[in-house]
Ligand binder design. Structure first.
Ligand code: WQD
Length: 342
């Protein structure tokens, strides 16, 4: 008998990670439906997904933070095998300036989706979490058992609270299953350079600011601090190619759909296991692109941690997933994408 085609709802699916995840799921034979309010993405991303895969996902422009709009949407759209919930605001600095906007949007969206899952008996959830929940770990590499520390920003706090809301909701019933993926630093773009990171306004994150500087859109890159306790004094992060990150969602979905999960909520670190400093990023970018990065050393950025990188053994083993693309692949793809934009 022909296997039923699996159907996935991707909230925030026209966003950076969401769009790359949509490509992976379409290529794996899933029917993909995207719900997004386009507050931080463009509808043209759907054409990019179609150009890569030949399929334009079904799209619904809805604000998931609105209870009635979300409830109405799910009344006529609810036969999903799995929901991947990306829809959230994600700028650390902005969240400090506008905490209530972050708490209302990020938490109400999640709660409305969970409510709909309970109402319509949708069993499987994959949640977009972040290594931000660890704060500055005491030990490195950081494992899933490392303590969740007081969040350094309202953005990070929404991720911590969200994980607790999911855990408590799952404890209240016995058919909902969830996997929370704690992303490290997603960078790069699809090899086609047809989709990529589309920061609206001045980028907060390192790589888009760096590529916009090299493209001449920004005057120079500020390196936020070179007085950290690291080999070259600049802060260290675990930079993961967004395509590897997108693939991790497919492995997580397969785990849930095949009932291989060992408890009804599981958490995995999705990183490379490798840490790189800001200066190493700049040097590697210059090597792989033969471009010069114009930068200056500036003061530390409020709220930044010094160093973090992932212990990925648990995800490698239990999800049978491992990051395969290199830092050079990611930086070159980021530059190819920037050139398409400019
Ligand atoms: C990386 C490094 C900066 C910009 C945050 C969130 C995380 C995720 C990714 C959403 C740091 C330095 C940066 C610049 C710089 N959020 N930097 N000059 O802060 O590690 O993580 O964004 O998906 O959850 O916490 O990422 O790219 O902002 O910074 O020197 O112009 O680059 O100090 O050391 P971050 P980032």
């Amino acid at each position: 008998m022909q296997n039923k085609v699996r159907k996935v709802l991707i909230t925030g699916g026209t966003g950076y990670i969401g769009s790359h995840t949509a490509v992976v799921f379409i290529e794996a034979g899933y029917e993909v439906v995207i719900a997004d309010n386009l507050s931080n993405s463009k509808i043209e991303v759907l054409d990019g997904i179609k150009k890569i895969t030949g399929t334009k996902p079904e799209f619904h422009k809805i604000d998931l933070s609105d209870e009635n709009i979300t409830s109405d949407f799910f009344k006529t759209n609810n036969n999903f095998d799995v929901i991947i919930h990306f829809a959230a605001y994600k700028a650390v600095g902005e969240s400090v300036q506008k905490p209530l906007m972050y708490y209302k949007n990020n938490l109400n969206s999640l709660m409305n989706v969970l409510e709909a899952m309970l109402t319509h008996k949708i069993s499987n959830l994959i949640f977009s979490s972040s290594c931000t929940v660890y704060g500055q770990p005491d030990e490195l590499p950081v494992t899933e058992q490392s303590p969740v520390k007081k969040a350094l920003s309202p953005y990070g706090n929404t991720k911590q609270i969200a994980e607790e809301i999911i855990s408590d909701t799952l404890a209240s019933n016995n058919y909902l299953k969830a996997i929370s993926l704690r992303y490290f630093n997603p960078i790069g773009a699809h090899e086609s350079a047809v989709i990529g990171e589309l920061p609206l306004g001045v980028p907060n994150n390192l790589i888009p600011f760096l590529t916009q500087t090299v493209a001449g859109i920004r005057k120079e890159l500020s390196v936020f601090g070179n007085d950290y306790n690291t080999p070259d004094g600049t802060a260290i992060r675990d930079y993961i190619h967004v395509v590897d990150l997108a693939k991790a969602h497919l492995f997580a979905a397969e785990r849930l759909l095949k009932n291989k999960n060992k408890s009804n909520i599981e958490t995995f670190n999705i990183g490379t296991g490798q840490g790189n400093s800001v200066m190493e990023i700049i040097k590697t970018f210059e090597e792989v692109t033969a471009q010069k990065v114009n930068y200056k050393i500036a003061h530390r950025r409020e709220g930044d941690i010094e160093k973090v990188w992932a212990d990925t053994k648990y995800a490698n083993k239990e999800l049978a997933w491992k990051a395969e693309l290199s830092l050079s692949d990611a930086l070159l793809s980021a530059w190819n994408w920037q050139k398409r934009l400019s």
